[in-house]
Design a protein around this ligand. Structure first.
Ligand code: DGL
Length: 262
């Protein structure tokens, strides 16, 4: 089994790691959360690419033999740049999410929610179009801070989500029968989004779809051993431990503070 490096702007990518651990528990994982420089969702493509490349280089130096770009924003804005700068296979979260949405959609129409930067890049719209699916996209910038605040079942989060989702399904989203969660943080509010989205709409979680694609890719390397997990963060280890455990769904032990700009 290859050692898999998982990269994200912070804690959110632990939702992708959580799905990876379900399908590939025997793998050694290295997780890098660029917590000192988050959020990526409001930054330019140039900055995101620069940050992502320095982080993924670090993961390669630590022994990553495959990279999963868990951050939707980094995938949307910089996947080609990261691939060009890497010497190992790189998988992003946008294509697996788009592919799954296309498999599920009967109307040929999808709705996508994500950060400001992901939506502005139209990466999901382009990926869905490749599969013959027409997409309506909506940036939901308030959802990331609400999830990080731990307000995953809070009336304010529900109201905010309602405003975004209703607006999207009123303005162009009519007929969409899949809703793609195009941000690492949204799986935590999936039950809330389920309540808020029209009932006929199926939810596609990019984290889940990506983990399944990675599993497909390494399926011939099955192992019976127990995998390991090492985490690296560019800001407070204590905060990473506290917030990260909510995203991963279990305690995180092995965390090291990294000064990536050195
Ligand atoms: N990880 C980011 C994403 O999936 C959300 C947090 C951020 O903006 O850095 O788009």
């Amino acid at each position: 089994m290859p050692t898999i490096g998982v990269f994200d702007s912070g804690f959110g990518g632990l939702t992708v790691l959580r799905e990876l651990l379900k399908v590939l528990p025997g793998v050694d994982y290295l997780y890098f959360g660029d917590t000192a420089r988050l959020p990526y969702g409001s930054k330019s493509a140039h900055t995101v690419a620069k940050y992502a490349i320095s982080s993924t280089h670090f993961l390669e130096q630590q022994g990553a033999e495959m990279l999963v770009i868990a951050c939707n924003t980094a995938t949307a804005l910089a996947l080609d740049d990261i691939r060009a700068a890497s010497s190992v296979p790189v998988i992003g979260v946008v294509e697996p999410g788009a592919k799954r949405a296309a498999e599920l959609s009967k109307t040929g129409k999808a709705a996508v929610i994500a950060t400001e930067a992901t939506i502005a890049s139209h990466a999901y719209q382009k990926a869905l179009a490749q599969h013959g699916i027409q997409a309506t996209e909506k940036a939901c910038p308030l959802l990331v801070p609400l999830v990080e605040e731990g307000w995953v079942e809070h009336p304010v989060t529900e109201q905010v989500a309602h405003i975004y989702i209703d607006e999207m399904f009123r303005n162009g989203g009519q007929g969409a029968d899949v809703l793609v969660l195009g941000c690492t943080h949204y799986p935590l509010i999936r039950p809330l989004l389920r309540r808020v989205a029209p009932p006929q709409v199926q939810i596609v979680d990019s984290a889940e779809s990506t983990a399944n694609q990675v599993a497909q890719q390494v399926k011939n390397c099955a192992t019976a051993k127990t995998g390991t997990l090492r985490c690296y963060a560019t800001d407070s280890v204590e905060k990473f431990r506290r917030l990260g455990s909510r995203f991963l769904g279990r305690e995180i032990e092995n965390i090291e503070l990294i000064d990536i700009e050195k």
